[in-house]
Design a protein around this ligand. Structure first.
Ligand SMILES: [Zn+2]
Length: 265
C-alpha cells in the first residue's frame, strides 16, 4: 500500500487532511507528497524555501528525528523533461514542482509574471515556469503527464491518492491552486483509474461544524505547528498569526469523500 498526497501548498495536507493520514505515516507506510506550487505568495526564495523546510519538518515530527534523508534533483517526463527537487526521509518522498503561487483567484503575482496553473489550464498562458527557473511546462497536459509519471514510478499493488476536491460545488470557494491541483489529479484518474482516492475540502471547512476530537486536533496542531515554527525561524513569517481563528478552525475540522476505484476497475 502506498499513499500519494498531491497538494498545492506546503501546509495543505497538515491543515486540511484527516489525521488518519498522520497515523499511517507515523507507522511507516510508504508515502509520497507532491507539492505543485512553491506557495511563494509573490515573495522570493527566502519565503518559499522556508515553506518547503516547514513541510519537511512536519514529516520529521511525525516519523521521529534521525531518519536517513536525501535531497536531490530528479528528471521526470511529461510532454517534456523536467528537473524536480526531491527530498526523501524514512519511507516518505516529497516532490517540489515549485510552480508559481496563483494567488487566491488565480491572477498570480507580478514577481512571477502573474503566471498561475489556473491560467495555464484555461489556456490564457501557453507555458508556466517554476519559480526557481529550473524548468518550464509546455501547457496543462505537460503538468498532468509529469504528475502521472511521478505517481506511476512509485505505484504498488494498492495505491491511495489524496487531493483537494476538484468539485467546485462540494468544495466551494477554495484557493485556485487547490482546485487546479484537484483538476490535475482528476485528469490522472481518467488516464489510469486504478487508484482509490480521497478528495478533501479546503477553505470551506470553516463554514462547517467542528468534527475532530481533542486527540485528532492535538495531533493535527502538533504537525502543523512544526511547519509553522520552522517557517517562522527561517523567514520570520508566522503563518498562524495571519488569522489565528481561521487556522484554529482548519485544525478542528476535516471533511472529505472517498472513492474506492481500484475495487471496481
Ligand atoms: Zn493551500
Amino acid at each position: 500500500m502506498t499513499d500519494f498526497h498531491v497538494v498545492a501548498h506546503e501546509d495543505d495536507w497538515q491543515l486540511f487532511e484527516n489525521t488518519d493520514i498522520h497515523q499511517t505515516l507515523a507507522k511507516g507506510r510508504p508515502t509520497l507528497f507532491i507539492f505543485t506550487t512553491a506557495g511563494d505568495a509573490g515573495l522570493d526564495i527566502d519565503f518559499w524555501h522556508a515553506r518547503e523546510e516547514g513541510a519537511k519538518e512536519s514529516v520529521r515530527v511525525l516519523l521521529g528525528l534521525g531518519r536517513e534523508e536525501r535531497f536531490h534533483n530528479m528528471t521526470v517526463t511529461g510532454s517534456s523533461s523536467h528537473s524536480i527537487a526531491v527530498w526523501s526521509y524514512g519511507n516518505t518522498t516529497s516532490y517540489f514542482l515549485r510552480l508559481p503561487d496563483g494567488n487566491w483567484g488565480g491572477l498570480g503575482f507580478p514577481a512571477y509574471r502573474n503566471q498561475s496553473t489556473k491560467k495555464l489550464h484555461k489556456g490564457h498562458i501557453k507555458t508556466i515556469s517554476a519559480v526557481d527557473k529550473s524548468t518550464t511546462y509546455q501547457g496543462w497536459q505537460d503538468i498532468i503527464l509529469t504528475l502521472n509519471d511521478i505517481i506511476h514510478r512509485s505505484c504498488t499493488e494498492f495505491n491511495h491518492l489524496y487531493a483537494p476536491d476538484y468539485d467546485r460545488v462540494l468544495n466551494p470557494g477554495d484557493h485556485s491552486d487547490h482546485s487546479e491541483t484537484g483538476d490535475a489529479v482528476n485528469a490522472i484518474l481518467e488516464l489510469s483509474p486504478i487508484f482509490d482516492v480521497t478528495w478533501f475540502v479546503g477553505e470551506d471547512v470553516v463554514n462547517r461544524p467542528k468534527n475532530l476530537d481533542q486527540n485528532q486536533y492535538a495531533l493535527k496542531r502538533r504537525v502543523f505547528m512544526a511547519y509553522n515554527d520552522k517557517v517562522q525561524t527561517l523567514s520570520g513569517h508566522c503563518t498562524i498569526c495571519e488569522a489565528p481563528l481561521t487556522y484554529e478552525a482548519y485544525l478542528n475540522r476535516a471533511y472529505s469523500r472517498t472513492q474506492m476505484r481500484s475495487s471496481t476497475s
